[in-house]
Design a protein around this ligand. Structure first.
Ligand SMILES: Nc1nc2c(ncn2[C@@H]2O[C@H](COP(=O)(O)OP(=O)(O)OP(=O)(O)O)[C@@H](O)[C@H]2O)c(=O)[nH]1
Ligand SMILES: [Mg+2]
Length: 422
């Protein structure tokens, strides 16, 4: 049930555009007819209900889409590279690995058919037909294809349950799950009987929801103690929690506080998740005897606890009704928040923004978003290309920035992997 895989995805590179001129009988000087390169294929991850695990991604690590074909003469464009579609189970979260070793959640593929491009194919280079102008009718310029994106991503199949049943080991989580649903988890009088999350479906009136027993919550679980913190991340996706507490424990309120602290230490959002506190095992005479005391203790802690016996069934239907009600409330609030989220506004960057120039000894180094991409696609040796590049540099505000930094003809400039003379 716990499923994770780390893979490398590589999109196809774009094909090269080419330099070619028409050659026909009786036409001595044909015009340019170099075709464009085809775009490289994308790598796409798609949620497919037919897939149930991430096994396929644990055996193989590199997934590549097809490259675009090169352009040819007679304006023939290169073939588009074939995209690669990776089918994953619904409920897979995709994160990208950050350079500092962490990960950033990119998307949660929650719906069947939902998909995301995880590596974008490189654009095909333009053939020389695009560079013809009134002053240059025989252009020797063609663009190289752009290199396809390569990314390291983490696929993480998380459990999808509406309600997570949490609590210390042996408090009766499995017993409650068995009483509330048709699931048949193993029940025993020792801790860590349950070693993997277990799902069950509960029905309340005409509503039904998925319950999951989350095992392994002990002090230090956020540090990986006990069964480790792998299960804790499953709780992140549940909508609400049922926090089950053993009524026969020495201090039920303290148990609740400690488990909640463990949740917050793992992820502050978990500590904020709505929860119902339920005190179990009220059938035990020992618990009956101090029921009033326990109620008062929770009352003073500001918690409106529910009381039940998972083994006798007393109070179970009331707990399920309360869970159903809380789920409705959470869903209504989510809708409300969804309406209030402001639309994102993208503002185009003014020209010259994002260009910076610094000196490395005698060398002028240019850092400009966009320029490195253009440069990587240039065959800088040809004089015509250099002319074209000069135009691009002026357009992006790079020339101005270099002049401001005091550049003189003959000085050397570097941008990305390319170095040239000014
Ligand atoms: N008297 C009484 N015993 C209960 C009740 N609920 C559970 N138990 C007992 O408590 C013990 C643990 O129950 P489980 O349901 O396995 O507890 P759990 O929280 O799932 O435990 P782990 O999976 O090991 O973390 C078993 O011996 C159960 O029979 C209850 O309401 N009353
Ligand atoms: Mg259990």
């Amino acid at each position: 049930m716990l499923d994770q895989a780390e893979i490398v995805v590589k999109a196809g590179s774009g094909g090269d555009g080419i330099v070619s001129f028409r050659r026909e009988k009786f036409v001595p000087f044909g015009g340019p007819d170099g075709g464009d390169g085809g775009d490289g294929g994308d790598v796409v991850v798609k949620a497919d209900p037919a897939i149930t695990n991430l096994r396929a991604f644990r055996q193989k690590r590199l997934f590549k889409a097809g490259n675009g074909g090169d352009g040819r003469g007679k304006r023939q464009h290169g073939k588009k590279g074939e995209s690669l579609i990776l089918s994953v189970p619904v409920g897979t979260a995709i994160s990208s690995k950050t350079q500092i070793g962490g990960d950033d959640l990119l998307v949660d593929l929650e719906k069947p058919g939902q998909q995301m491009v995880v590596a974008k194919g490189g654009k095909g280079g333009l053939g020389n037909t695009h560079f013809a102008s009134a002053s240059n009718q025989a252009p020797q310029i063609a663009q190289k294809g752009e290199v396809g994106e390569e990314n390291s991503i983490i696929l993480d199949l998380r459990l999808i349950a509406d309600v997570g049943i949490i609590g210390y080991p042996n408090v009766g989580k499995s017993t409650l799950l068995a009483a509330a649903s048709a699931a048949k988890p193993k029940i025993a009088s020792y801790p860590f009987t349950t070693r993997e999350p277990i799902l069950g479906v509960a029905e309340v009136g005409r509503q039904s929801f998925v319950l999951a027993e989350i095992p392994g919550l002990i002090d230090g679980a956020h540090l990986g103690q006990g069964l480790g913190h792998d299960f804790l991340r499953h709780i992140v996706r549940t909508k609400i929690l049922v926090h089950l507490i053993d009524g026969s424990s020495a201090s039920p309120v303290e148990d609740m506080i400690k488990v909640n602290a463990e949740l917050s230490l793992f992820d502050s959002a978990l500590g904020q998740k709505p929860q119902l506190v339920a005190v179990n095992k009220i059938d035990l005479p020992l618990v009956q005897a101090k029921l009033g005391e326990i109620k008062d203790a929770f009352g003073s802690a500001g918690v409106n606890a529910l009381f039940l016996s998972a083994s006798s069934g007393e109070g179970v239907s009331e707990l399920l009704a309360a869970a159903s009600e809380l789920l409705d409330k959470v869903a209504a609030e989510k809708k409300e928040v969804g309406r209030r989220v402001p639309r994102k506004i993208f503002r185009p960057q003014p020209r010259g923004a994002g260009v910076s120039v610094y000196k490395e000894g005698e060398l002028f180094v240019v850092v400009a978003s966009g320029l490195e991409r253009i440069m990587a696609r240039m065959e800088i040796t040809s004089p015509q290309v250099r002319q074209h590049l000069k135009g691009q540099l002026a357009r992006l505000g790079v020339s101005k920035a270099l002049k401001k930094a005091g550049i003189k003809p003959g000085d050397r400039v570097r941008c990305g992997d390319l170095e040239w003379e000014w």
